[in-house]
Write a protein of this length. Sequence first.
Length: 466
Amino acid sequence: MTHEAAGSKSWGDLLAEGRLPRFALICLGVWLNAADSLVTATIMPDVGADLGGFAYFSWATAGFFVGAILAGASAGRLSEMFGLRTATALAGLIMTVGCVMSAAAPDIGTFLAGRIVQGLGSGWISGFAMVAIALLFPERHLARVFASVSGVWGIATVLGPAVGGLLLEVGDWRAVFWIFAAQALAFSAATPFLLKDSNKGDGGPGIPWLQLGVLGLGVAAIAVANITPGAALATLLVVVGVAVLGLVLWIDHRAKVRLLPHRAGDVGTIVGSGYAAMFWLTAASMGFAIYAPPILQELRGFTPLWAGYVIGVESLAWTVTALAVAHVAGAWDARWTRIGAVMLVASLFILAWTLADGHLAWVLVGGALMGAAFGFSWSFMGRRIMAALSDEDRAIGSSAITAVRQTGAAAGAAISGVAANLAGFSVGLTAETARAASLWVFASVIPLALVGTWAAFRLTGSAERA
């Protein structure tokens, strides 16, 4: 490779020619979505004590993702209709409103409604960020941009819960949402200036209302499973919800106005296998961020802050590994993708075995493997998907990356929630229920990780362009 060619793929070139402000805005948008989705991990025990509703642990996360999924899925079409700059600025305002609702909530219902509105705002923000990457950055920079996005997401996995824990140490949980409201408002105010050169909306082909409606039903069924006490009914709701998500793919393939790229449900294609890998691997990882902090607090006597630091090893490993392999090209991007998927499976076995009573070092190893799994694989999966998209599908296909990941997160939160509540978590946080949940929250999602690993191998092997 010549010096000039190498320079064209450097960090300096990435941030040149006016791209730095856009890059910073994208990173802030990803931060808002990721950190706010995870911030409840350390504060929900206090929210539950203040407002009631220990059974709603998973609902606080899954409710957020209900809004985020619908928003992220529609972001591509909305950016075409209204223009990227206008749509992104409005998304910041919507997230601000949601944060204020949760911060001032007098009861658990208002708090959860605020989480849904936050999900809508942050889902649009994150979806528009993916559209901005696809439209505003040359293909030679995609690996480093995705590595940076992965790094920001990884940092958020610790700073989100850690910020919640720190504010609990010095104040109360409501301050968390006031801080996010201020950040979202600043994001909205900066957007018109930082995206001033983005394309204006041309109306686009319209909104795929039928697919969005069916998607909402599927995600809602999955979310309701979190608060369903009966084992049989809760399991049935999850199965029905996942089946309805499959129905979305069937409808979309035949629709005039599509929600997803062509052949998005075909695992024989790069896009289809990539989305499948993202969905199932994300679903398998959700239990650690949601349930490890309260389990550590109950069984090991950790403060919310120290529990946040323990799960922060996932973030550290995610960020370090994502940046370490950002320059990789050729055969090694496929190898790292496969290694990452296998590492996730290993992490679940370790955490199921050690979280309750094992040496803390093993818990840290399990968390680090989980973070490294995504650090090694995520940016390469995103780059492969985006490079395979046609010009027609670039906006909806790039925003769908966020929607697929968040749909997987909602499904994973629900499945982990069903497992935890079946272990007794919904009746209260005790040593007995925490110990049972520490096993089943992870054991229940190992099959999901295996499916995701298969899809990742397919993505990096026999998959073809649509």
